[in-house]
Write a protein that binds this ligand. Structure first.
Ligand code: PMP
Ligand code: GLU
Length: 397
């Protein structure tokens, strides 16, 4: 009677959201937890964006929205893609959703049939594999480590492609590693895709603006593949708007039409108020984006310095996003107070319970030897968190 469907029974819970929830519960018990688990900007949404949302309420933007989003927002996104990325997408090739999360899931549901293979370079964001499951596809994970800066090589990609490959999810800048594919690296990957015209390239570019090495590069710039690239983006990270739930995809029209059909039966158009706010974000002054990027870069430097001083951590210097992903297997097999650490999930739990720092174990990102810290928090929190991590890990013998 109470048996849920196999679809849900087989689905893992989102580890990022679960760790964050656990941290909130401990805080409610009066424990001073520093939450470096969930990845979201700690800044408030910029004032001019909030004003646009208030105006939208007063102007009665209270009715159902068109399923793919207001034309004015799709135009603003089309202009953004031209101006910032040099890419030509008509507003008809853009569909807005409830966050970039829904946009990724829409893309998979739109193109993947049962048992189709979807290539996922790992470490990867927690939700990709579960979304592929929902689409009844099969994930084919390409493993990469810190020694290759977590980037797959063209040879690795080529070896993973089979006649059943339907799609790949490429995330750059990456969650959880912060790695960024350069233009040359993307070109080398595009050259391989050019030989396999049936593969849809889902390019998750949600961290586009949190980039410490220069201009964002999209794989959609290469004409050899552009007609099967699905760009995923949104306002969550760049404009500190995670709770507004507004993301979008820019894609070939047949994929947008499929997502329109899916969304029309499933969620309808995204929130009217969030859409008007997003429009203001794209059309307004972009200084807020740069100010937040600068702050994230300072914090990146700070956490890299402090984490490098922790015994047993192997740390790289992430080029984007707001995560540090140290290798931590040095601690596996070590114990404290009768508790032995076997996995990075054990380590994350130990750091939470013993050190009151919330992080996420690497297994959830298909990288069991690593642990993720989100540094989208104040310098003060970063300093205190790393002090606690160092002190807590030193107890393990
Ligand atoms: N892709 C990646 C790589 C992310 O880290 C996130 C944030 N959780 C998303 C997509 C989803 O973003 P949104 O909050 O807009 O749904
Ligand atoms: N991008 C964030 C993270 O990875 C948000 C949480 C989520 O949706 O997974 O922590």
């Amino acid at each position: 009677m109470t048996q849920v469907s196999e679809r849900i029974a087989n689905l893992a819970i989102s580890e990022t959201l679960a760790m964050s929830q656990k941290s909130t519960e401990l805080k409610a018990q009066g424990i001073n937890v520093i939450n470096l688990s969930v990845g979201e900007p700690d800044f408030f949404t910029p004032a001019h964006i909030k004003e646009a949302a208030k105006k939208a309420i007063d102007d009665n933007f209270s009715f159902y929205t068109p399923v793919p989003g207001y034309m004015s927002l799709r135009q603003a996104v089309s202009q953004k893609l031209k101006k910032e990325n040099g890419l030509d997408y008509k507003p008809e090739q853009i569909i807005c959703s409830n966050g970039a999360k829904q946009a990724v899931c829409n893309a998979l549901l739109a193109v993947v049939n049962k048992d189709d293979e979807v290539i996922i370079p790992a470490p990867c964001w927690v939700s990709y594999i579960e979304m592929v499951k929902l689409a009844e596809g099969k994930s084919v994970v390409i493993r990469t480590g810190i020694e290759q800066d977590f980037k797959m090589t063209p040879a690795q990609l080529e070896a993973a492609i089979t006649p059943k490959t339907r799609a790949i999810i490429l995330c750059s800048p990456s969650n959880p590693t912060g790695s960024i594919y350069s233009k040359d690296e993307l070109k080398a990957l595009a050259d391989i895709f050019a030989k396999h015209p049936n593969i849809i390239i889902i390019a998750d570019e949600i961290y586009e603006h949190i980039n410490y090495i220069g201009k964002h590069e999209s794989i959609a710039q290469f004409d050899s593949v552009k007609d099967r690239v699905v760009i995923i983006n949104g306002v969550s990270k760049a404009y500190a708007m995670t709770g507004w739930r507004l993301g979008w995809m820019a894609a070939p029209q047949w994929i947008v039409a499929a997502c329109n059909k899916l969304q029309g039966q499933y969620t309808s158009g995204a929130s009217s108020i969030a859409q008007k706010a997003a429009e203001a974000a794209y059309l307004g002054d972009q200084q807020c984006v740069e100010d937040m990027r600068q702050a994230f870069m300072r914090r990146r430097d700070l956490i890299v310095k402090l984490a490098s001083e922790i015994e047993g951590f192997k740390v790289n210097k992430p080029e984007g996003a707001f995560y540090l992903f140290p290798e931590c297997s040095y601690y596996f097999g070590k114990s404290y107070n009768g508790k032995t650490i076997h996995t990075s999930a054990d380590l994350a739990m130990f750091l939470l319970e013993e050190g009151h720092v919330a992080s996420v174990g690497g297994l959830a990102f298909e990288a069991p030897d690593y642990i993720r810290f989100s540094y989208a928090t104040s310098d003060e929190n970063i300093i205190e968190a790393m002090r606690r991590v160092k002190e807590t890990l030193a107890k393990l013998k």
